[in-house]
Structures are given as structure tokens and as C-alpha cells.
Design a protein around this ligand. Structure first.
Ligand code: PAP
Length: 304
């Protein structure tokens, strides 16, 4: 049986030159000022990419008008948020030419990953790269994942029961969700200056407060003048589900983001709500998943 290993540029940088996988992707060297956006799939990656881009690029791409709306050429109004921050573990040739080579990106780079913290190469830590992690209530993650798989599955249909069992069994490309969250959580507890740990649900409840926190962590805090002018609210509005999901390049068309399989751009925008699990999980499922999560997170201080 031939097993295809998807190139993981940073991981490959640790491999030997004789490893045949090295030929599949050129190793990428972490830089001290890299910012890594890390998520378990369906935990708000698209949102985090958009927010981080808007916050870190606001001197180069001003959030014009602060309330009056950004100009028509603002990158997030013309480019899908998934394409604005590249994944380190996915093929890049399908994206914008600049993104085809991570080494060619100017510093500080915004990069994204679903790779668990436990599997990131040591050099990410040694170089002092900062990480923004976003987690989400696992019951909402299973619902989002289920809809997504059935939307992009090209005729393949997954029953909700199967999607639920897979999450409960930890069956995922990126490992069990609890291990993923705990890996980044522990690092955030040990070194809060290196890892900012965010929760989708909390961000939804107080987006302005969290965007300020994000900007501080990314070392581009909002000035009093910006706050007074409503720039934080403007960032929140620009990156909101309501705004992004209605833009033509996000609501229509297809693109190849996972290497060889066109996928609808709208697949990354469904409801963008907290608590949709109440419409999908039975009481039995709810109790089962809650009990597993409670047991797995016991003693960590992490809750959803
Ligand atoms: P990925 O991990 O596969 O790269 P990700 O963005 O995490 O993608 O998954 C999409 C989820 O984020 C969807 O959640 P839902 O199925 O529960 O609706 C999607 O709606 C939500 N999402 C996308 N953009 C935003 C946004 N701007 N604000 C809030 N939620 C968003």
C-alpha cells in the first residue's frame, strides 16, 4: 500500500537530506518574529486569520474610515481569509504566487497550522515564535466538522452519529481535540508571553475586548487615538461572520486549498454561532462528550 505523507515544511526541516520526503517540500526556517496561528480544525481558523491579518497590517493596510468602512481594495475584501495566511503543512502552489514560498514572505510572517503543539519542531520554541491558539466548545466542533465534511465530500455522506463517534474516539488527522487543546494550554500556562490562548465562545461574547488583547500580544496595541476613533470595533465588524460570509469571493466560486481538490469558498462559512450543538446532539451524546472532556481536562484548569 502506498501511503502519501502530506509535506509538513517545518517538520521536514528536521529531517535528513536523504529523507525522500524532503524533496516534496522545501524546509521552511522559523524566524524569531514569526506568528503562528494554531487551531484544531473548525475552531475558528478563518476568523482568527482575518482578525490577525487586520490587526497586524493596519499600518500598511489601514482600516480606513474607522466606522465608515474599509476601501474596496482592502485585502480582506478581495481575498478569501483562508488564502491571506498560509498553512505551513499544506501545499502552497495553489495560492497567491507570493505565498508559494514561505521563505519569501517578509517578516514578521503570519503563518497558520493545525499541527498539535506536541508535534511542532523544537526550533519553533527555540526561536521564540509566538503562537495564538484558538479553541472551541467540542460539541460545536463536531457539528461544524460534520457539515463541512458533507459539504466538501464530493458526494460522500457522513452520518452525524459517525462524525460524533470519530470525535469521541479521537479519530482525526490532528489527533484528539482534548490533546490538541491541552498541548497549547499547558504551554500558554507556562509561557503566556509565547502563547495566547483564545476561546471562540469568549471571543464571540466580547470581540472588542479580545481583539485588544490579541493586538497587545502581537505587539501592535491599539493607541488611545485608535480606540477613541472606533478602530477596534471596525476590525471586529470587518472580520465578522456577517461581513465576510457575504463577500463575493467568500460566498461563491471554488478554490483548491488542500491539494488537488476544488472546494467551495463558502465551505468555511456556515453559521458562525455558539451553541448550534443543541440542534444536533441528543441528551445521551451531550452527556457522553461532556463526561469525556471533563475527564480529559481534569486538573488542567482548562474548561469550555
Ligand atoms: P478550518 O479549521 O477548516 O480551516 P474554520 O474557520 O475553523 O476552518 O471552520 C469554519 C467555522 O468557522 C464555521 O463554523 P460553523 O460551522 O459552526 O458555522 C464557520 O461558520 C466559522 N466562521 C468562519 N468565519 C467566521 C467569522 N468571521 N466569525 C465567526 N465564525 C466564523
Amino acid at each position: 500500500m502506498v501511503v502519501t505523507i502530506r509535506p509538513l515544511p517545518w517538520l521536514l526541516a528536521d529531517a535528513t537530506a536523504h529523507d525522500e520526503r524532503v524533496t516534496a517540500a522545501r524546509p521552511v526556517q522559523p524566524r524569531h518574529d514569526d506568528i503562528l496561528l494554531a487551531t484544531y480544525p473548525k475552531c475558528g481558523t478563518t476568523w482568527l486569520k482575518a482578525l490577525s491579518f487586520a490587526v497586524t497590517n493596519r499600518s500598511r493596510h489601514p482600516i480606513a474610515g474607522a466606522g465608515a468602512g474599509a476601501g474596496d481594495h482592502y485585502p480582506l475584501l478581495t481575498t478569501h481569509p483562508q488564502d491571506i495566511v498560509p498553512f505551513i503543512e499544506l501545499p502552497l502552489r495553489h495560492l497567491h504566487p507570493l505565498d508559494a514560498d514561505l521563505d519569501a514572505l517578509p517578516s514578521p510572517r503570519l503563518l497558520c497550522t493545525h499541527v498539535p503543539h506536541q508535534l511542532l519542531p523544537r526550533r519553533v520554541d527555540e526561536m521564540g515564535c509566538r503562537i495564538v491558539y484558538m479553541c472551541r466548545e467540542p460539541k460545536d466542533v463536531v457539528v461544524s466538522t460534520w457539515h463541512y465534511i458533507n459539504k466538501v465530500g464530493n458526494g460522500f455522506f457522513l452520518h452525524f452519529d459517525q462524525a460524533f463517534d470519530q470525535l469521541v474516539d479521537g479519530f482525526s488527522l490532528y489527533g484528539p481535540i482534548w490533546d490538541h487543546c491541552l498541548g497549547y494550554w499547558k504551554k500558554a500556562m507556562e509561557e503566556p508571553e509565547k502563547v495566547l490562548f483564545l476561546k471562540y465562545d469568549d471571543m464571540m461574547a466580547d470581540p472588542v475586548g479580545h481583539v485588544k488583547k490579541l493586538a497587545e500580544f502581537l505587539r501592535v496595541p491599539f493607541t488611545d487615538e485608535e480606540i477613541g476613533a472606533g478602530v477596534v470595533e471596525e476590525v471586529v465588524r470587518l472580520c465578522s461572520f456577517e461581513k465576510l460570509s457575504r463577500l463575493p469571493m467568500n460566498s461563491s466560486g471554488v478554490a483548491d486549498r488542500i491539494g488537488g481538490r476544488p472546494m467551495e469558498n463558502s465551505a468555511y462559512f456556515r453559521k458562525g454561532e455558539v451553541g448550534d450543538w443543541k440542534n444536533h446532539l441528543t441528551e445521551e451524546m451531550t452527556n457522553k462528550l461532556d463526561a469525556i472532556i471533563e475527564e480529559k481536562l481534569k486538573g488542567s484548569g482548562l474548561t469550555f
